[in-house]
Design a protein around this ligand. Sequence first.
Ligand SMILES: [Fe+2]
Length: 204
Amino acid sequence: MAIEQASQLDRGAHFTRFVEQMRATWRQGQDATLPARAQPLLEALLRESPRDEAWSALLLREQPVGRELYRDSDFGFSQMGHYHPAGHGGSPHDHGPYWVLYGVYSGEIEITRYRRVGGGTEAGPARLEIVATERLPAGTVKPYLRGEIHATRAIAPEGSVVMRFLSADIDQIERFRYKPLDRDNQPPTTGSPKAGNYQAIFGR
Ligand SMILES: [Fe+2]
């Protein structure tokens, strides 16, 4: 049983309650309102967990690139923990048909949301424009829904502990990643990826 798995892992009291509440929310219905119902549960975990709870202490101490903290065997969702050093950032990508919650426990990141100019859905050359760049200070969570293109950037000088809740296993599906083509938009840059020309790559 997934609940037993959660307590066996012993990620801490707030984490165990978070998993129980998340499972109850999924049980209530897996419709379009689910990301908005899940968001405050992750926010509560981020705001209420002390720094010495098992899960937060682990991420602060070991500073992993990515660590699976929990995977639900009934509903298929998972909770990932990450440490993003200052300036850490990724290329724009989507999560295919799935949704994701990005939350910050300590530090601060920004997430930029993009849109394909002309709305293309094929692999190959693509132009991206910026929809919005949002700051996520500690204790905040933002959902990114089916097909929404986004990129994260850690802005806190001390680094950031980032919690990523995945609605399903994105390693099992093909999805888009966008490789920047413009010369002034190559990693590592000093900010989030800019609007401009990209190569849309579809794959795992
Ligand atoms: Fe993402």
